[in-house]
Design a protein around this ligand. Sequence first.
Ligand code: SF4
Length: 251
Amino acid sequence: MSSKNQIHLIIKRQKDASSPPYYEEFNIGYRSNMNIISALMEIQKNPINRKGEATTPVIWESVCLEEVCGACSMVINGKPRQACSSLIDQLEQPIRIEPLSTFPVMRDLAVDRQRMFDALKKVKAWIPIDGTHDLGPGPRMAENTRQWTYELSKCMTCGCCLEACPNVNTQSPFIGPAPIAQVRLFNAHPTGAMHKEERIAEIMGEGGITTCGNSQNCVEVCPKGIPLTTSIAHLNRQVTIHSFKSFFGSF
Ligand code: SF4
């Protein structure tokens, strides 16, 4: 039982990628305004578990500490979210912290999100430029388009949407909601649109948009409030148009 001055953490740990997972419990001193990262830092400073035994510091990944980099994603009390924006005062205790299960665990709470970066490469989630010389201001984007594309550009590749999606798992090649939303973003850019058809063709292939089961879990957990299901629906229409064009274009 945790007292008012103590925080009780139950952490799923793993020594390395091939070791079996286990749970270790910790009691740490309470301070106001703590988040999960500051709680983990207390364990790092003084790695003693709840039984009073010396242990190894818990390993995790974090960079910006302001919910922009996407590195500190974890499953906290059953919900995939960012450790930096998870405030202790808002969490029920004991607080259960686990690594994302969608990605291979490297150690403790640190996972390898390479699967997501590979998916972004697959769908060409970038704006092509020809060299590094000054190309001038480029085409202008309509203000209303800029507004909704800005929302999509907030994606930090955190992986929470993949964790929540029942169709993303080791048995499925589904690239997940985030890379699909990025297709919508880059296809809306006046220069990015040059590769529009290639991106659409890519998400029509294996692991693409047809693997989405429309569970809508992704949009519930996205820390940036990205309109993932709206983007998937928009691209479903684009895929249909692309299919018709390819079919009739072949005659
Ligand atoms: Fe994270 Fe949202 Fe991007 Fe998914 S869409 S990776 S939940 S920021």
